[in-house]
Design a protein around this ligand. Sequence first.
Ligand SMILES: [Zn+2]
Length: 395
Amino acid sequence: MLTAVFQEKVLSTIHYSREELISLRKKSLPFRCPHCLSPLNLRIGKQKVPHFAHHPQSHCKIGKQHESPRHLLSKQLLYDRLKLHFKEVKVEHYIKNLQQIADVYVKTESKKIAVEIQCSSIPISDIFSRTQGYQREEITPLWILTQPVKKKGNLHLPSFQQAFIRYSPQLHYFLLHFSPEERRFQLFTHLIPVSASAFISAAPVRIPIEEFTLPLSIPHPTVNRPHLLKNWNQFRMKWIYNKLHYGNAKDDLFLREVYREGDTFLYLPLFVGIPVLPHGLQFKNHSVEWQYYIWKDCMKKELFFSEERVVEVIKKRIDRGYLEFRSLPLVGVGGLLEEIVKSYLTLLEDMKVVRTLENGDLQLSEPWMCPDNFPGFERHQHDFFPKWKHILKKV
Ligand SMILES: [Zn+2]
């Protein structure tokens, strides 16, 4: 903790220099926890920002939690920065109705903002419930991920880190990350999934803490967004090969469906598994999977089909456990399935894979014959890629 009670006043280490704190400590003053009032030790080590700590025997539920050096440092840096902009900024602000502490709390004339810094993994359900709690109290939460993220070509995000993904019409799906050691934020925008945990992103936008303010503003007028989808089919093929190598038809629902249907996994039509921007990201399953179910349950079987029918097919697959949405507590989800289906069908129509009939129903432009050998599939590629390139130009 960065705060303690001393002589009925709240005192925070961030308001003192190291030297001042050392001389305070020499006086053995009775610092107490603001929540349980038990005595606290003032720690001034080399590794961490100076802070207060409970005695190991303490049972304090609110104030006693292990705080990593990154967490303490992040709190201090964000407090110092926001203090320059806003009059009312508090560190470790206790919100009584919620019985929880906001790492940094900002109150303006029109708004209350709670900054939540997350260095360690917590259950995603906690992010959901805390966000709802803040909203009930009319406080806007700003969740900041400080856990290191893995970027090796693609961005690799375990489910916990994906829970920090947010959405805006300008940035599409994006992740805000703060590195206290480097004193800067990184904003990964226009995320496009290539597997359950890997994403392509636009070049990250770096925001030094000296430029950070609330609401977050992006210093560069345009986000550098190279042709993210150029290598799409390579990622699609890589995913298919991985599934073939490591998947097991016994416990893999998707593989079992493909084999039972008698489809050759390698030669599925190329319009099964295309990226659907931006909301296709909501599916945890690869686009080959959910688009395959549309293909199998709808397009292949029914002469004509409607958009509503496709939505129904997907809903059924979700209910039966074949498909799943990602847990994204910071993104609203209402009506997205309809939007995803609409975007996908529009893409298919633009590529002339399907056509719209007069009554609004859809129909495959030509029946699909699954190739039984590679040359047959090559012919399909030859037909398909020019159409796909045409779509890419518009993205
Ligand atoms: Zn306590």
